[in-house]
Design a protein around this ligand. Structure first.
Ligand SMILES: C[S@@+](CC[C@H](N)C(=O)[O-])C[C@H]1O[C@@H](n2cnc3c(N)ncnc32)[C@H](O)[C@@H]1O
Length: 228
């Protein structure tokens, strides 16, 4: 799993404070939410909440606004980074996912603080199973992930949710993007790398074709025999 909680990763946030200005009206509420997440142990003690959400906002600033698109956050945790992206893009509609009840409880509260109840909902469950659920399969224009799982697991779960033409945006730590997102296995999922960002680091994949029908597999299979 990427080490997004460490200081070297979030230190970039300090260089990105201009992004906070774009969210000036919501900044105090995002501070409140992620400071509380830290108090509740949903964010590491060593992290600086404002740097974390500013970093997420900077990635939102580096990719195209999905307009009124349907978006989904894989493994939402405290709400980084889907909640911040939802704040950045006020027309988007969101589903936040996590298997943990404490994530559901916390993020449901945060949705209220940000007055997003009309366009955001939390669905608790195992993401690989949710990706195969009829109501969610192939329904999304954008899937986002930060510190969720390995690239192979992230891509396989995400493609289950994405419509052809949709996008997957993943916050990246260190490591070679070519090694983490190799073209041949991703092709079997219908995905191709479309863009990368360097400051802050992220990768954007486009869903260019339907995935092979066996994907996404159940979690046990997906973990036992990763696609790559
Ligand atoms: C390290 S946290 C990251 C949370 C958030 N995205 C962030 O960047 O702060 C990973 C989260 O993903 C959830 N998660 C991991 N694998 C999952 C799965 N297969 N199904 C549902 N939730 C999962 C965990 O419960 C946890 O809340």
């Amino acid at each position: 799993m990427p080490s997004h909680g460490d200081a070297s990763w979030c230190a970039r946030g300090a260089e990105l404070l201009a992004e906070a200005d774009a969210l000036a009206h919501l900044g105090p509420r995002l501070d409140q939410i992620f400071e509380r997440a830290q108090e509740k142990g949903l964010l590491g003690r060593a992290t600086v909440p404002r740097r974390e959400w500013v970093h997420a906002a900077a990635i939102a600033g580096g990719v195209a606004d999905p307009g009124e698109g349907r978006c989904l956050d894989l493994g939402t945790g405290s709400g980084l980074f889907g909640l911040v992206m939802a704040a950045c893009w006020p027309a988007t509609r969101w589903v936040f996912t996590d298997r943990r009840l404490r994530s559901e409880t916390f993020v449901s509260w945060a949705i209220g603080v940000l007055e997003m109840s009309a366009r955001a909902a939390f669905v608790r469950g195992e993401v690989a199973a949710l990706a195969r659920a009829e109501a969610l399969t192939g329904r999304f224009d954008l899937v986002v992930a930060r510190a969720f799982a390995s690239p192979a697991v992230t891509a396989e779960c995400a493609t289950g949710f994405l419509a052809v033409g949709g996008r997957l945006v993943v916050s990246e730590g260190e490591g070679s993007l070519a090694d983490r997102w190799p073209a041949a296995p991703l092709r079997r999922l219908g995905l191709a790398v479309a863009a990368t960002g360097a400051g802050p680091r992220f990768v954007e994949l486009a869903k260019v074709a339907p995935q092979e029908s066996r994907f996404p597999r159940r979690l046990a299979a997906l973990q036992r025999v990763p696609l790559y």
